[in-house]
Design a binder for this molecule. Structure first.
Ligand code: KG4
Ligand code: ZN
Length: 361
């Protein structure tokens, strides 16, 4: 379905009209052409090498790089899809949450293109984008979606389209942060999640029994695990760490994955939902994909595993979400602002105890 949801304010756009989509919420500059539920092209220009020298994303550096890359990335996405300016039905872009300077670059580019072409603009929530990646697989709502990335970890009960309720969230670090910080402690390269995943695949996950703090409560917590890794490494001499780095990585990954799988399965049972999906950069983790596949098979749950290219940040997912969201008519969107965080992405401890609906598309 392309175009605004029934009842939502917005302008109608042709259901099969191509959308130009832009995503610059963190350190990837991405543009895509999406038609209905099909991603015709998706270009991601990674800034990993640029930020590797700092060991993490430097927001100001990311913003500047987005300004250098965004026009070329848009042009490449359009040419890869064989789409010209006149073919576009609307422009979609991430409005938040994310790094504010980085978001503003994509938003400004999207506004400029939409204004110049007299097109509607569809602002998209980044989390809803991650969730919508699953619609490329033909999944239908309702479903439980584990959203786990570098900035957020939550369980979303997706009721219709990209409208969701937060059923659980992290009380401290995001799962991606746990991977990245763990990777750093283990002396792996940047970005850490993927490196740790690759190394863990060669190790023995039974080597260290890290705490598996999953039993109480619905929410996630990863900071204790990170500290446990720190103390485990401190208790070993260099030669031992060298010889068993893969085993320690595999044990650490298994503890993160265990928590993610247990909480997701419990959420599906609690909500009475038989369909499960995953989203965000951590959804690319091979250990998580395997463990969740086994768990869902054992419980007779249907599992959607989006392709890796739609898990980490990309503009294709933004276009998939845009299909469910209202399009703002030309030129009403010119004063639209980006936002850095929203109620769904703040850690649990800073919110009132009762979970409230976070997003209604
Ligand atoms: O969704 P994403 O690209 O950006 C955010 O919205 O944060 O997620 C990035 C996060 C990083 O923490 C990265 O280390 C993690 O996803 N990640 C992985 C893997 N690939 C990316 N974590 C574990 N295993 C992976 N294969
Ligand atoms: Zn993301």
């Amino acid at each position: 379905m392309t175009g605004p949801m029934a009842g939502a304010p917005g302008v109608a756009i042709p259901p099969d009209g191509p959308l130009l989509c832009v995503e610059t919420s963190c350190d990837d500059t991405s543009a895509a052409i999406v038609r209905s539920r099909e991603v015709l092209s998706s270009i991601v220009s990674s800034q990993d090498e640029l930020h590797a020298q700092f060991g993490g994303v430097v927001p100001e550096v990311a913003s500047r790089r987005h300004t250098e890359l965004v026009n070329d990335v848009v042009a490449e996405a359009m040419s890869a899809a064989g789409v010209g300016w006149r073919d576009l039905a609307a422009v979609a872009t991430t409005q938040g949450p994310g790094l504010i300077g980085a978001l503003l670059v994509g938003l400004a580019a999207a506004k400029a293109i939409a204004y110049r072409r007299r097109l509607p603009l569809i602002p998209v929530n980044h989390i809803q984008g991650h969730i919508a990646a699953n619609y490329s697989l033909g999944l239908e709502a309702p479903f439980v979606c584990l959203v786990a990335s570098g900035g957020h970890t939550l369980l979303a009960v997706v009721e219709e389209g990209v409208a969701y309720r937060v059923a659980a969230r992290t009380m401290d670090d995001a799962a991606g942060e746990a991977f990245d910080k763990g990777a750093r402690l283990l002396g792996l390269g940047y970005p850490g999640g993927k490196e740790l995943d690759l190394l863990a695949a060669t190790g023995d996950a039974r080597y260290v029994s890290f705490p598996r703090a999953v039993l109480r409560g619905r929410d996630f917590s990863f900071s204790g695990l990170k500290t446990a890794l720190l103390y485990d490494l401190r208790g070993r001499d260099e030669a031992e760490v060298e010889a068993h780095r893969a085993d320690i990585a595999a044990s650490y990954q298994a503890a993160i994955v265990h928590q993610l799988v247990e909480k997701t399965a419990a959420c599906a049972a609690r909500e009475g939902l038989r369909r499960v999906a995953i989203a965000g950069g951590v959804a690319a983790n091979s250990g998580l994909r395997q463990a969740l596949t086994e768990r869902c098979e054992a419980e007779g749950l249907q599992l959607a595993l989006p392709p890796l290219s739609l898990c980490t940040d990309n503009a294709g997912m933004i276009g998939l979400a845009a299909g469910f969201l209202p399009a703002l008519p030309w030129p009403t969107y010119l004063d639209l602002d980006a936002f850095a965080s929203d109620s769904a992405t703040r850690p649990a401890k800073r919110r009132p105890p009762a979970a409230r609906p976070a997003h209604s598309a």
